[in-house]
Write a protein that binds this ligand. Structure first.
Ligand code: 4AD
Length: 481
């Protein structure tokens, strides 16, 4: 009850405080400072309350003693309240640890926005054991945690390092549209909507637009959201993801793979040479090692042979593509019938994952059969007398723990060949007139790729799912918060 009577006021004889973010505090040691943030942790010790304050730029330990610790606000202070703290910043004594190596000895403070206690207390709404769907509903609160915010901080550093690597390699950033009237990666995963009375889609990939930029701006890249109406509930599929795509002119297929490898390695090196991001990676993924160059290159045909040698099979399918099952004699349960891989098979996520985990290094899988891939891909030249499927100049980059993080290819440069490809896929060429025009006015050998930012981050930060690598992830049935 005594606490209700104590009112704290700021002593006007004290030096005027310097307002600062936590990250900028080091040069202000010994001075009086004012810092605002959220109560991340609190610990009471007899007459003293220790607070860890969080402002998004870092964490700061603060100490409330004397009257500052006796007010009604001090006694009722809850986690996640927002507060303004004013006091003297002191280096912590030798042998003691605190974030930044200093602590704030508070002489004046106030609550800016209280947070509830009891049932509504932050830690009651959110505890680590919460059901995944509850945690998804509470993503806005999960983001306040150390792990989620570290992943997002690393994501920001990653995007900026990629941009720097592109600048170093003379690629220019462009911003293609999200609302489009053409498909890139097949009709099955298109989100359709009504656009002023016309059919339109959310973009699956900005590739076609990047191709049109080559004669205008030279090599280009973009960081744009892509949308896939995929009914996949796997740990690497999102309905909306951040797609880093690039397109390069006058290159060969070999140049394309060398470029992808260079961009990835230069970006990882930038992250590791920056002490702040290196520390983030170390915390999230203590065993992370930068991949060594050159990356292994394995043709599709040799991957099929590799899978069979390693007894990695795929589920058998009937003519309609449904998995075939049989009753297990011992358990009586329906089990998948597994068969060897054959040339022409899609290498499914499970097999791809097993292969990357065994090889435990980045792998370029290249030269997929044309029937498995998109309409725009350049075919590989056939050797004389060669039998079997027509292969494409396409490559996927697989990373341990995640599998495919990049998909790329050389593009059909010849107009007649492109027109034939539309026809084969049953695509109406009319809405693609602008894409076809690229082949009419000064065509060139060119290629490019798309990298899934959330998948790359899942690899770098060793996250179980891409859902942890997106600010507000979307997957089938989930568009909230
Ligand atoms: O292999 P994809 O479908 O290739 C393209 O879209 C090309 N048009 C890109 C290009 O050449 N410019 O997708 C490229 C990458 C994949 O390797 C994967 O990392 C990511 O995009 N990706 C997804 N990430 C999360 N959720 C999904 N549903 C994804 N689908 C693709």
């Amino acid at each position: 009850q005594e606490s209700k009577k104590i009112v704290l006021s700021e002593d006007p004889s004290l030096p005027k405080p310097v307002k600062s973010k936590i990250v900028k505090l080091e040069i202000l040691r010994g001075q009086r400072v004012r810092v605002s943030g959220w109560v991340h942790r609190r610990r009471d010790q007899q007459e003293i309350t220790f607070i860890v304050l969080r402002d998004g730029t870092g964490y700061l330990q603060a100490v409330l003693t004397g009257n500052a610790n006796k007010t009604y606000d001090a006694v009722t202070l809850q986690l996640e309240a927002s507060v303004e703290l004013t006091g003297t910043l002191k280096a912590v004594p030798e042998g003691q640890r605190a974030p930044g190596g200093h602590e704030l000895v508070v002489d004046y403070w106030r609550v800016l926005g209280a947070a509830p206690g009891a049932e509504e207390a932050f830690t009651n709404r959110l505890n680590e054991q919460s059901d995944p769907s509850i945690l998804a509903d509470l993503r806005h609160l999960v983001l306040r945690g150390e792990t989620a915010s570290s992943v997002l901080r690393l994501r920001a550093a990653l995007l900026s390092a990629f941009r720097q690597s592109y600048a170093d390699n003379d690629l220019l950033e462009v911003t293609p549209p999200c609302l489009v009237q053409t498909q890139v990666e097949g009709g099955a995963t298109l989100f359709k909507f009504d656009y002023y009375g016309q059919p339109a889609f959310l973009t699956q990939s900005s590739q076609l637009y990047l191709e049109t930029c080559l004669p205008s701006l030279g090599d280009v890249f973009c960081v744009q959201e892509s949308f896939r109406a995929e009914n996949s509930h796997t740990r690497r599929h999102l309905s909306e993801y951040t797609h880093l795509e690039a397109e390069l002119a006058f290159i060969t297929f070999d140049d394309l793979m060398t470029h992808i490898e260079a961009i990835i390695c230069e970006t990882v090196d930038k992250l590791l040479t920056n002490p702040a991001t290196a520390a983030l990676i170390k915390t999230l993924n203590p065993h992370f090692k930068a991949p060594s160059r050159p990356f292994m290159r394995m043709s599709y045909a040799s991957a099929i042979a590799w899978l069979n040698e390693h007894k990695i099979q795929r589920p058998a399918e009937d003519a309609d593509g449904n998995a075939i099952t049989k009753k297990d004699e011992e358990t009586g349960k329906d089990e998948l019938v597994m068969v060897d891989h054959e040339i022409g098979d899609d290498i499914a996520e499970a097999a791809e994952r097993q292969m990357t985990d065994i090889i435990a290094a980045p792998i370029f899988l290249y030269g997929f059969p044309a029937e498995l891939k998109a309409f725009y891909m350049q075919k590989m030249p056939r050797k004389e007398g060669e039998q079997g499927p027509v292969y494409t100049e396409s490559c996927d980059l697989l990373m341990p723990g995640v599998g495919e993080i990049v998909g790329g290819s050389m593009r059909i440069a010849d107009m007649e060949e492109l027109l034939a490809a539309y026809k084969r896929e049953g695509i109406d060429p009319a809405p693609y007139y602008w894409f076809t025009d690229q082949r009419k006015y000064g065509t060139c050998q060119h290629g490019g790729y798309g990298l899934g930012v959330e998948r790359f981050l899942a690899w770098l930060a060793n996250r179980f799912t891409v859902r942890e690598c997106s600010l507000y992830p979307r997957w089938p049935g989930r568009a909230t918060p």
